[in-house]
Design a protein around this ligand. Sequence first.
Ligand code: HEC
Length: 284
Amino acid sequence: MAVPMIKQAILLCLAFAAPVSAQTTGQTSGPSLTLADRVKSSTLSRDALLARPDAVEVTIARDPVYGGRAMSYRAIPAAALLQELAVGADDFVQARATDDFSVSIPARLLTAAAGSDVEAFVAIETAAAPWPPLPGANKKGSAGPFTIVWRMTTPGSVSGEYWAYHLAALTIVDSPYKRWPQLAVGADVPAVDPVRQGLDRYVAVCMACHRFDGAGDGTMGPDLARPLNPAEWFQPDALRKFIRDPKSVRDWPDAKMAAADPESLPDADIDAIVAWLTYKARRK
Ligand code: HEC
């Protein structure tokens, strides 16, 4: 019963994700990267990217996508790539993967100047030096053709999900908070309340797959507000346990939600997400 519906949903998404580029440049044979803002879009071939004078060699001491090993990449500073696009201070950049999975990254992180605490690069896999396969049983191939990597002064200061691999496109979008006001917490909630941190972590980690009361682009998992919010039917401890490792609560061969490792999603973040879900459940 459910399978055709899921397929239909995926097909619908693909239909909406069909290219709408106003202007396309560069060659499209072989891997290519699409860069778009609200009015223009361009597609750059791997060769065109490699030929750019700002391509550099970057070494990443601990690459979480590769299980924390050191990696070296041919890469272009993300700030340089995004320079040709119209980017507002509060905008986000939607990083879309070749399989249509996408994650939204605050533009201010990607456009931070060289020498900042956090510096992003778009790494390019070359035919001459292919990257190793991604670790993990359900991962396919390498992180290529493109992947976002981060150089930072404080380890772990960029969430794990911002290391977007299998990258196909970067698109400037409104902040998720602006696009989906139904996510918001009330003005009466103090700035330091974990509910606010929970919303931020939800947007960064969970929204890639889930919608909330219709908010979001994710379609892999169920809507977490309708018909019921999990805080309405999960005991808080079981919900925390589920978010840490879904298979520890219910296990079946088709389960797609992965366990979250404590380094990218500490217990405090899970507590905060549960606090936000509970807050939203009480205000339905
Ligand atoms: C990679 C995609 C993905 C991400 C990221 C993800 N989920 Fe899920 N989630 C799913 C899928 C798919 C399901 C349905 C069960 C399954 O297949 O594992 C699910 C199920 C759930 C459920 C159970 C709902 C039910 O009706 O059984 C909860 C609660 C949940 N997710 C919360 C979260 C939270 C909170 C986060 C962020 C910390 C998150 N998920 C991140 C894909 C994801």
